[in-house]
Design a protein around this ligand. Structure first.
Ligand code: FAD
Length: 304
């Protein structure tokens, strides 16, 4: 069976996208995890989720840009998107990746780009979540997040339970009074910085989830793992923490059954809805999370 490590390696080989798009039917298969190539198709998806009582966060796919023109275009896309959210009335905020906004080019330039998006969201009463990427970016991502949180307030961060450093980061962000999305972590990280064993990642996730729920701040618990979800529900019940005091978050196309069940049980649920043409690394990371999904891809290609 093809392994997580190989799939994560392939996710960084951006040139392979050109190969995959030529495979007949491949683009259709990516639709399981990606809500289309433009804002309007993602809006249709989010409207349907909203009808089911589920909120969303838009993600315009993109990362690792080394071109200022591309980063500038992404800023404009997000500014336009924030306007479309308000105009259409969909219940959604936005998620951004800082390498999409020029972090690999220059940190100050990336800060200015991100500031434009956060300022626009602030003007429109919306919220920006800064995704967390691989560990060489953690410090810069936190610096930019903290700066913009102090300037505007309407911005939150993602922290990853697989990193040893996360508990310390989490304590610092909680002391600021900011909102956190807790996830396990999606990148290939060395044992020097991240727990290599899944059991240790899960144990850390539960420990950090408990700190978040007890903080009194509204956080996102981002996982499809039924054991993490149960641990969250049980802790909230034991500590008398209301269902409206936090939200579960899941990725579009993953465990929709569980998402609907949680919403029906009265929990708050948000779906991360990616759209855009830069789908390759995102799609490959989703396969890496569950290598059995490779069979879903192969079967779909052969059976149409
Ligand atoms: C809303 C949201 C935002 C995220 N943002 C970030 C981020 O900013 N940075 C970052 O590093 N990571 C991010 N992630 C990804 C996260 O770190 C994990 O890689 C991913 O969620 C898988 O971990 P898990 O908690 O679902 O548990 P796992 O232990 O990986 O999976 C538990 C179970 O969930 C199901 N499952 C999980 N993934 C899939 C899949 N792809 N396809 C089908 N079933 C699946 C399977 O049933 C699996 O057995 C985000 C995840 C979510 C839900």
């Amino acid at each position: 069976m093809i392994s997580r490590t190989i799939l994560l390696y392939l996710s960084q080989q951006h040139g392979l996208k050109n190969f995959f798009v030529k495979v007949p039917g491949f683009k259709q298969v990516t639709r399981r995890f990606i809500a289309g190539e433009n804002i309007e198709s993602a809006i249709v998806t989010i409207k349907e989720l909203n009808k089911l009582g589920i909120t969303a966060t838009f993600d315009h796919l993109g990362e690792s840009t080394t071109s200022r023109a591309e980063a500038d275009a992404d800023v404009n896309e997000y500014i336009h998107l924030l306007g479309r959210i308000q105009d259409t009335g969909v219940d959604s905020n936005v998620s951004v990746k800082l390498t999409q906004l020029g972090l690999d080019i220059d940190e100050t330039y990336c800060l200015e780009n991100t500031r434009r998006i956060v300022a626009e969201a602030h003007r429109r009463g919306n919220f920006v979540r800064i995704d967390m990427e691989d560990s060489p970016k953690t410090d810069a991502t936190l610096r930019i997040f903290k700066q913009l949180f102090h300037e505007f307030g309407n911005v939150g961060i993602v922290l990853q339970a697989y990193l040893y450093r996360t508990e310390k980061d989490l304590d610092e962000v909680l002391a600021m009074g900011a909102r956190i999305r807790l996830c396990k972590g999606a990148y290939n990280e060395p044992a020097e910085v991240a727990f290599p064993e899944k059991a240790d990642v899960d144990a850390n996730f539960v420990k950090l989830m408990q700190k978040l729920l007890k903080s009194g701040i509204y956080h996102g618990i981002a996982t499809h793992d039924p054991r993490m979800i149960r641990a969250t529900q049980e802790f909230a019940a034991r500590e008398n923490i209301g269902k409206d005091k936090f939200e579960f978050q899941m990725l579009y196309g993953v465990r929709r059954d569980l998402m609907l069940q949680l919403a029906q049980e009265g929990f708050r649920v948000r779906t991360y809805v990616p759209y855009g043409e830069f789908w390759y690394p995102y799609f490959m990371r989703r396969l890496a999370e569950r290598p059995a999904n490779v069979w879903f891809v192969v079967k779909s290609l052969f059976h149409g």
